[in-house]
Ligand binder design. Sequence first.
Ligand code: A2P
Length: 285
Amino acid sequence: MTTKREIGVVPPIVLNDGSLIPQLGFGVFQVPPDQVFDTVTAALRAGYRSIDTAAAYQNEEGTGRAIRQFGLPRDEIFVTTKLWNSDQGYDSTLRACTASLDRLGLDYLDLYLIHWPVPAADKFVDTFRAFQRLKADGLVRSIGVSNFRIADLERVTAETGETPSVNQIELHPRLVQRALREYHAEHAIATEAWSPLGQGTLLDDPVVTRIAGEVGRTPAQVVIRWHLQLGNVVIPKSVTPARIEQNFDVFGFELTGDQMRAITALDDGTRTGPDPDTFAMGLDT
Ligand code: A2P
């Protein structure tokens, strides 16, 4: 089942299954469990209608409580969570989804992602087959992946007959992921950027601060705007209410082609997080 309804004021991206995802959402990576209720409530007050969590963040419970207590109709909020590495495999994936839904207090997810490919485990194809079943059963509206490399995307598509709707990857001006973004565009996979601000490390970069001065906006707003103009779905994180609001106020200005190119030229391949080639946290063996 798909929804074509726009959610909130943020322009949507149309996924390859027909569903709509707001292009700007709110990420709760590294938001401590005891802060997540207030943080998600602040984000919903600021106007965010897409919330991105994960089983591994250990904050699904507070995230779900904030969403439910805020009181919006369920179809006016887009909720993403992710399957942790130790739950990969067909049956364990079905169980893990139910457990995430229980913690969130929801009866379906808008988007479920395989958090990491974990090549050493070689289970992501079976895991994605379980995602197909969850979608057919109505527990999940859209299915995708995170941190997948081109070879992983090719394999999952070839072996399951279904192209993931989303690949959520580390992406920011120091890691612009050109090859993956081109592959996504060719195969109708939406690119979603995690750590879109480089975990905050980009905000004092001289190019970013110069452009922020030119457009009269903050460095964070400039970087978020760069993502939006590239076509990325973007999920900045903050626990600070004023920043949460500031990061949402990015639809009243535009970067020029020169400004976009100057920011893209900051790419030097720097990761702030793990490398998908080797990351296997949670794996037993
Ligand atoms: P905090 O959560 O303390 O407000 P990313 O989304 O790339 O992971 O970046 C998150 C980091 O960037 C956090 O440390 C967050 O700090 C910081 N941050 C988020 N928004 C802003 C902003 N508008 N100005 C300055 N720092 C920000």
